[in-house]
Design a protein around this ligand. Structure first.
Ligand SMILES: NC(=O)c1ccc[n+]([C@@H]2O[C@H](COP(=O)([O-])OP(=O)(O)OC[C@H]3O[C@@H](n4cnc5c(N)ncnc54)[C@H](OP(=O)(O)O)[C@@H]3O)[C@@H](O)[C@H]2O)c1
Length: 279
């Protein structure tokens, strides 16, 4: 994988991103990977998804292995108010990191072939509840003087994809949102990273493609635990972490640097909106 400019200093990271982290979509795939990495750093966890037993088993295992505390929240992110429920579950905790992990498309069908309600549910998960959680957690991080935010987007954010039109649109929201926030929140010592994730061999991806004509070649797909590891390594170096289409593909650092330079240039222009007019 494309290496970050410097390895993550895990002691400093624990101080900045701890003592508590919240993971939305923590029960498997990259979400589980984040939980395992953060617990190994000694960071306490709020683990949220729809399957209580899986979350409880993971939390218990990590608490025993690393001496951390954990809290479980069963919450479907596709319902209105889920973002507030996640904020409420962590209201009494000092949260240094929020990971918005869940967000895959379990539909994968033509825009006109599903009830519009399904697409609105995707927007609720990948847009509305992302806004609500990021707003709540990042305001608190600004008060406490720092923290981190990771949002799992997708390579599909880079352009429209037939039969994933709504999915790629919500993922584009996430990447644009993160690029802006990265620059806005930098002065407040809050690191923001959006992961434009590649094809990954996750339980969810297998469930979603099971019975379809899509054949998963594990050798061509990334390991989700490697991606969550990379994401934490890259968190201080946002705004985007990009991947090649295939395992062993090209180094994405030039493209990531180009995107960052564009955000920095726009930041200089955008900042002038917040300054008083010259008299
Ligand atoms: N897999 C890929 O190839 C791929 C490619 C590009 C981008 N991504 C992105 O990477 C992230 C992780 O992908 P993934 O493949 O692991 O699938 P995912 O379904 O987005 O994530 C799995 C995790 O999210 C939880 N989850 C799923 N739907 C949920 C809902 N409605 N409410 C609450 N929790 C929910 C699952 O737990 P429960 O089942 O217990 O709720 C599980 O913990 C997503 O944002 C996805 O868009 C994935």
């Amino acid at each position: 994988m494309t290496q970050p400019p410097s390895p993550l200093d895990r002691t400093a990271a624990k101080a900045k991103y701890g003592p508590w982290a919240v993971i939305a979509g923590a029960s498997d795939g990259t979400g589980e990977g984040f939980a395992r990495e953060l617990a190994a750093m000694g960071i306490n966890l709020v683990l949220s998804s729809r399957r209580r037993e899986v979350l409880e088993a993971l939390g218990e295992e990590l608490a025993t292995a690393h001496g951390i505390e954990y809290r479980v929240l069963v919450q479907d992110l596709m319902v209105a108010g889920a973002g507030q429920a996640i904020l409420d579950a962590a209201d009494d905790l000092d949260v240094g990191l929020y990971v918005s992990n869940a967000g895959a498309d379990a539909v994968g069908r033509g825009f006109l072939d599903e009830p519009a309600e399904r697409w609105h549910r995707m927007v609720t998960m990948n847009v509305t509840n992302v806004i609500d959680t990021c707003y709540g957690f990042c305001r608190k991080m600004r008060e406490r003087g720092g923290g981190g935010l990771v949002i799992m987007s997708s390579g599909s954010a880079l352009g429209g994809i037939p039969f994933l039109s709504m999915y790629s649109s919500t993922k584009a929201f996430e990447s644009n949102f993160c690029e802006g926030l990265w620059a806005e929140l930098k002065p407040h010592n809050i690191d923001v990273l959006c992961v434009l994730a590649p094809l990954m061999d996750t339980p969810c991806f297998r469930r979603n493609t099971d019975g379809t004509g899509f054949l998963m070649d594990p050798a061509g797909a990334f390991d989700p635990f490697e991606v969550s590891h990379d994401a934490l390594e890259w968190l201080p170096h946002g705004p985007l972490l990009m991947y090649p289409n295939l395992v062993g593909g090209e180094d994405m650092r030039p493209e990531m640097a180009e995107r960052r330079a564009r955000v920095e240039a726009v930041m200089a222009l955008g900042s002038s909106f917040n300054e008083p007019a010259a008299t």
